[in-house]
Write a protein that binds this ligand. Structure first.
Ligand code: SF4
Length: 286
């Protein structure tokens, strides 16, 4: 019989870099003071999670395309037979997409509103970002039928009136496989900006119903992630190896992948609900 006490959750979110080339007010990425995760440490984590029964890795940051070894990290994860997801803002994606195309199963890109002007209020750092994301989607759809696309939208006070029209952007050349709405949550940078971006649970629920209707009419699979269902759905790894779970709607360090894996394994069992994590993952990436 297999020893289930040694297992980790099905999917692990690994933040390989804290740095980013944007500064979004709702960002819940790791604090930028953390150093980049060296490739040997990234490979060590991949070895650990694949040996402890994880089957999927979501590579994020910060902005993971700023990590010069991202292609090698994805290649290594694929060599360990992990399903791979790259979560990126897309600014530099086209510079590496041809190199990573055989090693990435899903790419997740952000669109925050139906127009560049509204989108730019939340995605700060490059005024052309909205069109760059659409260009990314078109390029991937034209060239890589093996890569699936998820579009993510963080719902805040600033864009709540411009959400439901987002599916109107998608014609057959840029149709995503999944559109996911995230209720803004308050860790790290987002906590600092909470007063300007807060949206209530009730507002998010109402918007989700309207958005789902639009999404369904366009034939796009629709998923939501609200703060009420946030606890227990993720196991994150920061660039320094710290493992984090969501507890009481905030991030909580349970151990470190390089120093005390016993704590990571035992506490992830306490704080990660494997069924809810798998349900969240499967809805987002299948
Ligand atoms: S939300 Fe993403 S793109 Fe925006 S600042 Fe944070 S890591 Fe960068």
């Amino acid at each position: 019989m297999r020893n289930d006490t040694k297992l980790l959750p099905f999917a692990i979110d690994v933040r390989i870099i804290a740095d980013c080339n944007m500064s979004c007010p709702f960002c819940f990425g790791p604090l930028r003071t953390l150093s980049i995760m060296p490739i040997d440490k990234a490979e060590e984590i991949i070895d650990i999670i694949s040996s402890l029964n994880s089957r999927a890795i979501i590579i994020s940051g910060g902005e993971p395309t700023l990590h010069e070894d991202l292609p090698l990290i994805l290649k290594y994860a694929k060599s360990r037979k992990l399903l791979t997801v790259l979560s990126t803002n897309g600014l530099k994606l086209l510079e590496i997409i041809d190199e990573i195309s055989n090693y990435v199963d899903w790419i997740s890109l952000p669109i925050e509103a139906h127009s560049q002007s509204e989108h730019s209020k939340l995605r700060i750092g490059d005024k052309k970002h909205f069109n760059i994301v659409l260009d990314n989607m078109k390029y991937i759809r034209s060239n890589y039928s093996n890569i699936k696309l998820k579009v993510g939208t963080v719902v805040t006070k600033l864009n709540k009136n411009f959400i439901s029209s987002i599916p109107d952007l998608f014609d057959s050349t840029i149709m995503p496989d999944v559109w996911k709405l995230y209720q803004v949550s308050y860790s790290n940078f987002a906590l600092i900006n909470k007063d300007n971006i807060h949206i209530s649970n009730e507002e998010f629920d109402e918007l989700s119903i309207i958005a789902e209707d639009h999404s369904t009419r366009h034939g796009i699979k629709f998923v939501t992630y609200s703060n009420r269902e946030r606890n227990g759905k993720y196991l994150f790894v920061n660039p320094n190896g710290d493992a984090l779970v969501i507890k009481d709607n905030d991030e909580y360090v349970i151990g470190n992948f390089f120093d005390n894996m016993d704590d990571v394994v035992s506490l992830s069992k306490r704080y990660v609900n494997t069924e809810r994590l798998m349900d969240n993952f499967n809805k987002s990436y299948s």
